[in-house]
Design a protein around this ligand. Sequence first.
Ligand code: PFF
Length: 447
Amino acid sequence: MDQREQFSTKLGFILTAAGSAIGLGAIWKFPYIAGQNGGGAFLIIFLLFTIILGLPLLMAEFTIGRTAQKDAISSFKHLAPGTKWYYIGALGMVTCFILLSFYSVIGGWIITYLIKAITGGLSNLDGQQFESVFNETISNPIGSLTVQFVFILFTIIVVAKGLQKGIERASSIMMPALTILFIMLVIRSVTLDGAANGISFLFQPDWSKVTSKTILEAMGQSFFTLSIGVSVMITYSSYLPKHQSLPKSALSIVGMNITIVLLAGLAIFPAVFSFGLSPDAGPVLLFNVLPTIFSQLPFGMLFFVSFLIIFLFAALTSAFSMLEIIVSVIAKGNKAKRSKASWIIGISIFIFGIPSALSFGPLNDFTIFNKTFFDLADFTVSNILMPIGSFLMAIFVSFKMKKSALFEEIKRGSKINQAIFHIWFILIRYVAPILILAVMLDVLGVW
Ligand code: PFF
């Protein structure tokens, strides 16, 4: 998208920002992290963080973006000239770089499944066979690197050409389609034998499973699914016309996200328990369970292929936003620069992501701090860099920007009243920084 072009419709912006938000985080990551962290209690903590921190922070990024109308770095330079606050934007760029390097590994897995499903490689297999076909594929170094590369290639091509705006239209079909397919999956999943165990796993909190790490992971997950703390939402909202309501946009994105998270949980866990699988299988969880649920539906393969196409689309629209924020800083509206930067950065991300792709094969046993390269990259992004970015963002908005200017900006296009604005301000100025810091220090065992 060219620098100061604006979104054509209100829905256009919401869909693009929701496109960044809804992706692997809600569909792939939530079930596996919740599965490893005891289910119900994790869901509740995640929802609380999403509402208390995620929503206000999303609003904060929208406010910065629409006030400054610039990219991730220039926004801070414009609002706080001569200061170092633009490091927040730089931190966001680094975070997105690492993020896309492992995100593309999972994006590649979707492509693998899609190819296998279309070419009949998954027909007539039972659950165990699906699992072994899948595990064989992801441990094959050439195979996994190839699909990872293809995923990044799609991302580079769209960002290089500045095509994100065209994606708006596709999103308006894909998002409702994703919801419908998920509802079908949920209906199948909750009517399987033994599904009740999965439902109680998801909704009955077992607080004994909650540790300080669970809380950190739930917080990281809420930032991850909303794409906050990395200046992506600043960049997107910088294209937003003044007559659109920031609070409404933020609310609808949070609402869509929570809906997809709940649908994903309800589709996966009943099936996991019904098929006798383990909810803490890790990153492979979704990929092991999905084909078996689909195989139990009439026209299962057809629906499975449709699901994979939409899932790939959702993952790609998130990936676009990660590359976009880096490229928009460098290109500053210059088309030739945009293309060159997209290719150079995209390829560098692929190279950096190679050890993550190999973490499920040759580098499986290579661990740092007890984590594979993939897990380490994911943990660093979700549980360290995104919380730090969000913390700094909250401080910047509430201490560096004028309160009256914030109110003016948020009031444009919305009917927000002083009382609600005040609650938001308190959440951003006090609650968010203190809570983020407390959760992070708690995990380090500071108290
Ligand atoms: N929100 C995306 C997801 O849930 O898949 C991930 C993400 C995209 C995080 C873009 C951060 C970001 F800047």
